[in-house]
Design a protein around this ligand. Structure first.
Ligand code: MG
Length: 310
């Protein structure tokens, strides 16, 4: 049975922007976040507390976190790479953080400069402090469906890491098809393995759409009771491993499909398209989201007619 309600976790202001070449101002980032919140998104990842020299696009996440409009029904999260990042998150009033590591050694080393054992040891230091401050902690576990360096991944190995993360007290495990190579059969197999010992409510999926299979993978996951999915407005961000290829699943593609299926997301699709149009304007190029392009394409002839008539 499909879930009656699905939560869409918007990663555009973080995962999207970190893979875009444009450096947006704090103002522009706040405008985008406000548009996403206005469209009904209730979980938004607003940035990352990594060192600005690593990801210049996300420098000043402190200012974004300080100035973002907070509401009781709106949950913001930010990526925290280390203890210094956690201190920045706490100093700027964040109530949710996201830690990240990969299920494969090579990707973890390239992405975090740590072995898997080192990442786990590191989390074990950060988590008690985060919990002491009452933070909600999400942990990303990337490359479960496939690794750009190691190819096929053993889901049992990923499960072993997930087990450790859960035991440390992570509130949510976000499983990632980081390069978007998964298929629905594989998604079912991976999740069946995880769901043997973990509740569906603990899990979220971060699916990329490189091969156009992200929506099919979402459906396979929903059939197993998963009800939280990460998406990026307009599919913003592209794919860091394949220039020109689609990256994150586009928010409006998933939100529209769910609306068509009668599954509640709380999202206003008209406003979501506005947010997508804004994202496209801010990054300065056409975004990959199919529903966004379909909606903007439909709108333009109408606008032209109005222009001609006046
Ligand atoms: Mg991503």
């Amino acid at each position: 049975m499909l879930p009656a309600r699905v939560t869409i976790y918007e990663v555009g202001p973080r995962d999207g922007l970190q893979n875009e070449s444009a450096n947006l101002s704090v103002e522009a980032r706040l405008r985008l976040i406000a548009a996403l919140a206005d469209a009904g998104l209730r979980r938004i990842e607003l940035g990352s507390f990594v060192r600005p020299e690593w990801i210049p696009q996300l420098a000043d996440t402190d200012a974004v976190a300080r100035r973002v409009v907070r509401r009781p029904d709106l949950r913001y999260a930010a990526l925290v790479p280390n203890r210094a990042g956690l201190d920045r998150a706490l100093a700027t009033g964040m109530r949710e953080i996201a830690l990240f590591m990969s299920a494969t050694e090579t990707h973890n080393l390239k992405n975090t400069n740590k072995t898997i054992a080192q990442s786990l040891a590191h989390f074990a230091e950060i988590l008690p402090v985060a919990k002491q401050h009452g933070l909600f902690v999400r942990a990303y576990l990337s490359t479960i469906w496939g690794c750009p360096y190691e190819g096929k991944v053993d889901p049992a190995r990923a499960l072993e890491i997930a087990r450790r993360l859960r035991a440390m007290g992570c509130d949510e495990l976000c499983l990632g098809d980081t390069i978007g190579v998964g298929n629905p059969k594989q998604t079912r197999e991976i999740l069946e393995l995880f769901l043997r010992e973990m509740p569906a409510g603990l899990l979220a999926l971060h699916l990329h759409d490189t091969h156009g299979t992200a929506l099919a993978n979402c459906l396979a996951a929903m059939e197993l009771g998963i009800a939280t999915f990460d998406t990026s407005i307009g599919g913003m961000g592209g794919c860091p491993y394949a220039p020109g290829a689609a990256g994150n699943l586009a928010t409006e593609d998933l939100a529209s499909m769910l609306a068509d299926m009668g599954i509640d997301t709380g999202i206003d699709l008209v406003k979501l398209i506005e947010a997508g149009a804004l994202a496209q304007e801010l990054v300065g190029h056409k975004l990959a989201g199919r529903r966004l392009q379909a909606a903007l394409g439909r709108r333009q002839p109408g606008e032209a007619r109005i222009a001609e008539a006046t």
